[in-house]
Design a protein around this ligand. Structure first.
Ligand SMILES: *Cc1c(COP(=O)(O)O)cnc(C)c1O
Length: 359
């Protein structure tokens, strides 16, 4: 059987070891005679699972004590609304950096709640670069500044952290969380849908500084109020228990592999392999400016777009799947999250070289 390497942008590849462990524990979790899916979320078994997951995530990211970790639902998309609902307080405007499809969606949602000040945009060049902060037109009255450190569709990634002074910095880390070292205290709020680099879809992680809680707009549903969720240990209602369990297994797995530093080292290596292959080729091209190429999502185009389908077909026959690029960018996209082994990237690079030689 050919080994399958899954380059999907999300839901995405999970560590084999974690899937096998989940399989082993599926029907009978630790001798409880129950599947995690069947347990009361308030029982001692599941309480242990969620507490361990939070502890391990805090350890991996060195989350300071004055931050809450929340396990929510609704994906990153629900956060597009929850952020203004919870952080606007008495302010009427918020700053947003527009660098791709995901920031665009966050902006559109925020416009329902406040005046959105688009401080900078890379749309003039089809979102292929990160505008330098010296060009940003920030507002002193902004309730917060929102940006997307890694644009999953366009394959651009910030390799620096915006400096916003007293204005709270909010980051959509859906496709970059746990892939590189971050300093949590640089941010007021970090959020991420789980299905890129953490676990199955259906779980959203929010890490929020405590002093920002308790100022939700009056109409905010309790379920969407960070303070209410924090006070209830993310269990105001039934949380996505199986997703939290899986995320917990991934966190344990990452710790065993050496934590974020080990992941970052491997991610640098994997992305370099692929970008070097593109750079050395006359046939493949990266649409993204060299200074901000993502380590997680690598879009590339073929010199002859009429060969796109043939490329995908032959790649699939070699076990290299889900490489089709997003319709807004075209070409290919290889997503190489933490769980993509280096052997998968090597197999892709080998195939790309062979395909180029024949074309
Ligand atoms: C996938 C993604 C989203 C959307 O996540 P959902 O969980 O589907 O709502 C938002 N932002 C970024 C950066 C993403 O990669």
């Amino acid at each position: 059987m050919t080994t399958i390497y899954n380059f999907s942008a999300g839901p995405a590849v999970l560590p084999q070891e974690v899937l096998r462990q989940a399989q082993e524990e599926l029907v009978d979790w630790h001798g409880s005679g129950m599947s995690v899916m069947e347990m009361s979320h308030r029982g001692k078994e599941f309480t242990g699972i969620i507490e361990a997951a939070e502890k391990n995530l805090r350890e991996l990211l060195a989350v300071p004590a004055n931050y809450k970790v929340l396990f929510l639902q609704g994906g990153a998309t629900a956060q597009f609304a929850m952020i203004p609902m919870n952080l606007l307080s008495c302010k009427k405007e918020a700053d947003y950096v527009m660098t791709g499809e995901w920031s665009k969606k966050a902006i559109a949602e925020a416009r329902k709640y406040c005046t959105v000040n688009v401080v900078a945009s890379s749309e003039d060049k089809n979102c292929t670069y990160v505008p330098e902060q010296s060009t940003w037109k920030t507002s002193p009255d902004a309730a917060y500044l929102h940006y997307t450190p890694n644009e999953t569709i366009h394959g651009i990634e910030f390799n620096w952290v915006p400096q916003t002074g007293n204005v709270p910095l909010v980051a959509d880390m859906s496709s970059t969380i746990l892939s590189r070292g971050i300093n949590v205290s640089d941010y007021a709020l970090i959020y991420a849908g789980a299905q890129k680099n953490i676990g199955p879809a259906g779980l959203t992680i929010v890490i929020v500084r405590e002093d920002l809680l308790g100022q939700a707009l009056p109409f905010t549903p309790g379920l969407f109020d960070y303070k209410v969720q924090a006070e209830n240990g993310s269990m105001l209602n039934t949380p996505p228990t199986y997703g939290i369990y899986m995320a917990g297994l991934v966190f344990e797995h990452l710790k065993k592999l050496g934590g974020i530093a080990a992941m970052e080292k491997m991610n640098i290596e994997k992305s370099r392999l692929l970008y070097d292959c593109i750079a050395q080729s006359q046939f493949y091209k990266s649409p993204v400016e060299a200074s901000c190429r993502s380590r997680m999502n690598v879009p590339f185009t073929l010199q002859k777009p009429e060969l796109d389908d043939e490329f995908l077909k032959q790649a699939k026959a070699r076990g290299l799947v889900q490489l089709k690029g997003h319709r807004s960018v075209g070409g290919m996209r290889a997503s190489i999250y933490n769980a993509m082994p280096i052997a998968g990237v090597q197999a892709l690079v080998n195939f790309m070289k062979e395909f180029e030689a024949k074309s």
